[in-house]
Design a binder for this molecule. Structure first.
Ligand SMILES: [Zn+2]
Length: 289
């Protein structure tokens, strides 16, 4: 069974979608009108989503949601100098993790043009050789991040807690069969217009439910590889609405953390973090919001 599916995977049916452009000739020239039918080949562009059309519609919904969100703020997106953060946030894990992606400028941003994830971060656990796994990295359990506890970044109320999505075994590529691309996730309301969004939790690990009040540092689940995740990691961002699709991302300054640079350890009271940094939540950061 496995051999059969592997040999089929050699041909990507999405390429047939380009034949659809032949149909354009049919619209440009009346004698060639018979070619119009070729536009149907464009349907092959949907081939990657054939196992999951729900995902395809999710992408369209997301794009529309972000257009609505930008209109809502009249194009004035919050930025590091233009946003007054209401809550003190701690890093949502224990021990040192690497900021694999994310920052407050376009160059380092997780996704600058995806407005709710503009100031998002991806965190991984790496070893001293900057490798994220032991052995050959073919099993989820090889990854240092997999199964690590994820903590509430501040006091708040759980608005959304989604579980039940598999940890993708397709390491190195995204799981196109995932029902939602953030996989298992938790959204916590911390203040009016401030919600943290943590994603890609391990299936079955989410330890909170909607309506729960959580404390800073409380375990809310385990790091996993659900949704669109190339390998086990934690995705974190702050957003101005509970709804992921219609939210705008907010820049986030973390409080009381430790930064490790070239073997030197630096304690930071409050600051933005950046791609490439090695950061750890200071255990003294547990306390009032
Ligand atoms: Zn991410």
């Amino acid at each position: 069974m496995k051999t059969k599916s592997k040999s089929r995977a050699h041909f990507d049916f999405a390429w047939l979608g380009y034949l659809g452009f032949l149909g354009l000739l049919g619209f440009l020239s009346e004698p060639l009108r018979v070619l119009r039918i070729a536009t149907l080949f464009c349907l092959f562009f949907l081939a990657p989503y054939r196992k999951n059309f729900r995902f395809f519609f999710q992408v369209v919904y997301y794009a529309l949601g972000q257009i609505v969100a930008v209109c809502r703020v009249r194009g004035k997106l919050p930025g590091p100098g233009r946003y007054a953060q209401k809550t003190r946030y701690s890093l949502p894990f224990e021990g040192f993790w690497t900021v694999a992606g994310g920052g407050i400028d376009k160059e380092n941003s997780h996704s600058w043009n995806v407005f709710n994830q503009r100031y998002a971060y991806d965190f991984f656990v790496k070893d001293e050789n900057q490798i994220t796994h032991k052995h050959d990295g073919k099993a989820l359990e090889d990854y240092y991040s997999f199964g690590k506890v994820i903590l509430a970044p501040a006091d708040g109320m759980v608005i959304k807690a989604k579980d039940g999505i598999r940890d993708s075994p397709e390491l190195g590529s995204v799981d196109l069969r995932a029902r939602i691309f953030h996989g298992n996730f938790v959204v916590i309301r911390h203040a009016k217009g401030e919600y943290s969004h943590l994603a890609h939790f391990k299936k079955g690990s989410i330890a909170v439910k909607e309506g729960d009040k959580v404390k800073r540092g409380q375990i809310i689940g385990l790091c996993g590889n659900s949704g669109h995740s190339y390998e086990p990691h934690l995705h974190f961002h702050l957003q101005d609405r509970a709804n992921f699709y219609f939210a705008i991302g907010l820049p986030v300054e973390f409080s009381d953390f430790v930064l490790k640079k070239q073997g030197q350890v630096q304690k930071v009271k409050s600051g933005y973090i950046l791609k490439g940094q090695l950061v750890m939540r200071n255990s003294f950061s547990a306390g009032p919001a």
